[in-house]
Ligand binder design. Sequence first.
Ligand SMILES: Nc1nc2c(ncn2[C@@H]2O[C@H](COP(=O)(O)OP(=O)(O)OP(=O)(O)O)[C@@H](O)[C@H]2O)c(=O)[nH]1
Ligand SMILES: [Mg+2]
Length: 534
Amino acid sequence: MRVYKTPEIRNVAVVGHGASGKTSLVDALAFVAGTSKRHGTVKDGTALTDYTADEIERKYSINLAIAVAEWMDTKVNLIDTPGYLDFTGDALAGVYAADSAVVVLSATAGVEVGTEKVWDYCERRSLPRLFFVSLMDKEHANFERVFTQIKEQLTPKVIPVEIPVGEGLEFHGIINLFSKKAHLYKKGTKAGEYDEVDVPDEYKDRFEKYSQELIESIAATDDTLLERYLGGEEIGRDEAIAAMKSGMARGELFPLFCGAAELTYGTRALLTKIVELCPAPTERPLVEAQKWGSAERLTLQADDAGPLAAQVFKTVSEPHVGDVTLFRIYSGAVKNGQDIWNAPREVAEKLNHLCVAIGKERIEVPELHSGDIGVVAKLRDTHTNDTLSTKDKGLVLPKIPFPDPVITVAVEVKQRGEEDKLSTGLHKLHEEDPTFHHEYNGELAQTLIRGLGERHLEIVVGRLARKFGVHAQTTKPKVAYRETFRGKSEGQGKHKKQTGGRGQYGDCWIRAGFGSRRCHAGLACSSWTKSSAG
Ligand SMILES: Nc1nc2c(ncn2[C@@H]2O[C@H](COP(=O)(O)OP(=O)(O)OP(=O)(O)O)[C@@H](O)[C@H]2O)c(=O)[nH]1
Ligand SMILES: [Mg+2]
């Protein structure tokens, strides 16, 4: 793969609710572009970005992962993110590393809770966005319904630039409102090829209606265009695209596309529009960094000549490789083998075997330009949310605000003597995944783990076994029982059991609150007694 310069790069987060078709879309885009030689699927466990053992087994994404589509002399870095809320930390990280986003929706399910969540993440970053309604070939697919839901639940500024030809089992083409042509797919199309034909007669009315809406929405974002449009002048395709791009950058327009990623339908048009409408790193707002150890702040832009500032947005630990670090360069450029500096940890690192990632594959590159996304293995002490810079500058970028855990369980080793290994494993897993936390609670005498959901913690326990050889099980955390005695009380309990032998007899007295009006007690649940066998 050749090295791409900053204006030739697009960093696109692919976000959406679980099972909306993101991973299938990313695989199809990389394949159709020719960058990936094989069209993989989630069902077969061959999708480019669902490559870990957990993902292949469960058939959904757990980790953020990168694929590349080289299209129109541009390198599109596609950041596939998980849709399940248990792994939403990675969706957030993907949004932070990107300059734009494709919000994927299922044509049958429409806007779901996960769609609203990622929409909110994109809002926080003011990311230019486009929508892709996938699974148009699935029974009960309904483009119009999804369009209405987006308008009502996410944004009234959504505007279709394509409409489907047929829906569900009848879905076989797309009408492009910019080119005013229909793309009809032949059954068995391998890489999104189509026959380009005039808009079929039965779609003419719909086409006219949507085309008019599209051009009016675009004109409405620019006074000069609006004047010309109202004066009866035709607005050319290139002008319309340029106006749409700047409307998207200001958050005034969100174009809507459709297709069926698994069949590769609609993927070529989407790639072209990603290149034409999504911003290059140079077209995004400037980023502020702090000089470590001082109050000095620097404003950075995606420029090779600027000081190096790259953010680690994901760390994965891979079998036989160790820690693999994914980073996004915000300023400056890097070379293979370069010495770099992690200022807050005061550790010198080296970019040995600098690579770009395409799923699990890593391709070594001589250098990476400003704005690009890179991957490097075996850094010494660099973790998710750290900033990489050079020793003379020592910069720190604002951290990604990962969500706080929402559930807690206790964890214990199955085999005595593995407690130290457990603690090391948990510590490493937290460095990899900042939405996972752990602590030893002395009062309960339990190790507690916290995460974003049951599935999240289940995966953590699985990783403990696979990566660190610690077999652990989860239990309910005990309750630390703390109350203030306000009065005094006493009670007696007797235990008698005739077992056929000598029998059992126990007599227990408890007195509480004597001697002090404010006496705190901490009781373990399993406490018990003084007994005397009869
Ligand atoms: N019929 C049809 N099925 C599809 C299409 N795209 C994806 N699927 C299926 O839909 C399911 C979910 O697809 P994924 O690509 O894994 O969806 P995702 O959004 O990545 O899901 P998460 O990773 O869990 O967030 C899988 O079973 C796919 O085979 C499509 O275009 N048509
Ligand atoms: Mg996925």
